[in-house]
Ligand binder design. Sequence first.
Ligand SMILES: Cc1ncc(C[n+]2csc(CCOP(=O)(O)OP(=O)(O)O)c2C)c(N)n1
Ligand SMILES: [Mg+2]
Length: 580
Amino acid sequence: MDDRVEIDDRSRAGNRTGAQVMAAALARHGVTEIFGQSLPSALILAAPDHGIRQIGYRTENGGAAMADAYARISSRVPVVTAQNGPAATLLVPGLAEALKASIPVVAIVQDVHRKFTDKNAFQELDHFALFAGVSKWIRRVADVGRIDDYVDMAFTAAASGRGGPAVLMVPVDLLDERPDVAQGPRRARSLGTFPADRSVADPACVEEAARRLATAERPVIIAGGGVHSSGASAALGAVQELGFPVATTVMGKGAVAETHPLSLGVAGYFMAPGGRASHQRELITGADVVLLVGNRTNQNGTDSWQLYPEGADYIHIDIDGAEIGRNYEALRLLGDARLTLEALAEALGKVDLSGIEARRSDLEARIAKGREAHLADLDRLVDWEASPCRPERLMRDLDAVLPEDAIAVADASYSSIWIANGLTARKAGQRFLTPRGLAGLGWGLPFALGAKAARPDATVVCVTGDGGFGHVWGELETSRRMGLPVVLVVLNNQILGYQKHAELSLFGAHTDVVHFAPVDHAAIARAVGCEGIRIERPEEFRPALEKAIASGKTVVIDVLTDERAHPPITSFEGKEALEY
Ligand SMILES: Cc1ncc(C[n+]2csc(CCOP(=O)(O)OP(=O)(O)O)c2C)c(N)n1
Ligand SMILES: [Mg+2]
């Protein structure tokens, strides 16, 4: 007999357990994967009856990061589950990143038996206080008859407005209870994708924005991660195509194709010589009208608020009114990025754009010249044949090999900058996943696994430092066990690079723990049944990478890199202590 039919029959009889009701509610929202570790057990046991499989993480912080990446790639609201107490505490870092990066995540966390509440039950903790700073919403479902209501509230909270984590606490006994309802579920809507709602900015403000952009002499658009969350890259491309240059933040990378003649690349704190957008800097600093889209104007993206022009006229499209005008007073376009950009493109179609059109070919020539100058800078600054390898060389090879719809992931620290600066978004909407919400170490591998779970047919390559990789080695086994093959490039400089260099640049000295003992990451990979290869010379890298991508297996490419190499971070410029 078909299990599902049997379950449905029981549901009609009002005879299901809370766990079955909850699993059915998740299935109604299109959930097909739960990132979990067997807990809450009754829920995970019920899940397969509803077409939901468990992706079993090794650590909760890895699991939360997997869920976050899954959301970034699929625009589906992911579910991560954990036990109360210590397991719940380990969800905090992943939810914090998702909160700051505005990514919807539903965390279902077990709570103690309702009868034991506040008795110092095993692993009892004040979860409301624990999650208060890292979630948009936290509730405990206390009545088995209201599971559907609370699951729907959690999905709505996560995915409506500015995305973020919602935490649903579930007392363990509630999952075994049978609701006293004679009918099937009262709720029928599926709320599993985001954005949940789309609203458009005030039409009068959109028209005013179009007028200001049309009469601007040096306009620029700076797009953030909100463009990806909204699925607005085609709408942004349509505005760019009218003649407006577009830069992105790191999280916005790929919002437009970086090969477009009006694309400036990634703007921010790595625009010193060697920065791909370094020669485009004046197109931003000298702009008279700046259109920000889904951009929270944070410290790194604005190069400590030094990069965006002080005197310019700002227009800001954002789903969160609190972000508009936070650091730059702006014409307020509160709304979904896609709908508002579409409305803006329409409004721009009704105004005179002759000034913009007249300057277009000069502007394109200037941008092209800047790109060439950057390539010449690299040839001057980088010894491509050096060994230990230069990360710039590795990025050049990776850029040549990656298919245009591959997903490129990076851990925090230099890796995020190496990929943002060194790889090319060849098509709008292409995804480059970096933990830029909080820039925490240890997100790279779990991000890659979450991305692979969301899009199993995609090539997923992750670049990570050796320090960051050390946080999450254990998830290599997850990769193998769950059939989530990814290619990891470990930049083995044997130091906490950014940390050491930041200390040298600020103090002329560094503490002793920034140096590691030698580690053979390829051997770690082999020890858990993945493939591992060690690269000592630059010419060995590209063939190894091609082979790894073609293998369909999880391969760790452990590359010995030059510890003196650092990305073109502006605050490092001219610091002699870094010339060692
Ligand atoms: C969880 C966490 N702990 C500490 C830091 C501070 N931090 C930033 S970069 C860095 C060094 C990273 O070293 P590694 O991962 O080897 O990358 P590298 O800079 O050497 O390429 C540290 C410790 C952080 N960002 N996140
Ligand atoms: Mg390192």
